[in-house]
Design a protein around this ligand. Structure first.
Ligand code: AR6
Length: 192
């Protein structure tokens, strides 16, 4: 892990292979090409990581988001990063988890990761840091969400489009997600 990726609060926990890493810390401190925000369909800010990103980016981010006409669940839109140290913010809208419709939730969450990665490629962005989409107030179980994240990223990196990306960083913020990623990443991404 290149230490220059990390701000004062960033803390590398593991680099699983040369294209996958997990960091425990605040995503707003990362000087990567793009960070992925767990937004809502309005794209007009909220709590959790969305609130932290808007606070750190400053009011110009909200002004740009107002021009985007929201975003559907399972889709992503991109903005500039303003006062953040990254270059771009990809806003994705995860599903509100319901155990009545786990398959529908999985399809939406997969769509978040896929659409964010596609946007990154379209914009020539190479190093992407994902927050743990939907695992906070949207209630997606950590193990299931991390499984979707890892499997979707693995499939994308193995595709022609995915070859254009250098590194994916999974950013964990709370202990349950740290445990899940440390459990699952070695299974999906054996060390290179
Ligand atoms: N850096 C990295 N991860 C963070 C940070 C941070 N600064 N802050 C929180 N997390 P959540 P959701 C983690 O609730 O479940 C918002 O109000 C957090 O611990 O932010 O997709 C939006 O506007 C958790 O693991 O997003 C939506 O209305 C992960 O980020 C709604 O919440 C996602 O938790 C979206 O809910």
């Amino acid at each position: 892990m290149n230490p220059s990726l990390l701000g004062p609060l960033g803390r590398a926990t593991s680099a699983y292979n040369d294209r996958i890493a997990v960091i425990s810390g605040d995503i707003t401190t990362l000087a990567v090409d793009a960070i992925v925000n767990a937004a809502n369909t309005s794209l007009l800010g909220g709590g959790g990581v969305d609130g932290a990103i808007h606070r750190a980016a400053g009011p110009d981010l909200l002004a740009e988001c107002r021009t985007l006409n929201g975003c559907a669940t399972g889709s992503s839109k991109i903005t500039d990063a303003y006062r953040l140290p990254c270059r771009k913010v990809i806003h994705t809208v995860g599903p509100v988890y319901s155990d009545l419709y786990p398959q529908r939730c999985e399809t939406s969450l997969r769509g978040c990761y896929q659409s964010a990665l596609q946007l990154a490629v379209q914009h020539g962005l190479k190093t992407i840091a994902f927050s743990a989409i939907s695992t906070g107030v949207y209630g997606y179980p950590s193990y299931d969400a991390a499984t979707v994240a890892c499997s979707t990223v693995k499939a994308f990196l193995g595709s022609d489009e995915g070859e254009k990306l250098d590194k994916i960083i999974f950013v964990t913020f709370v202990e349950k997600d740290v445990r899940m990623y440390n459990l699952l990443l070695p299974r999906f991404f054996p060390p290179s």
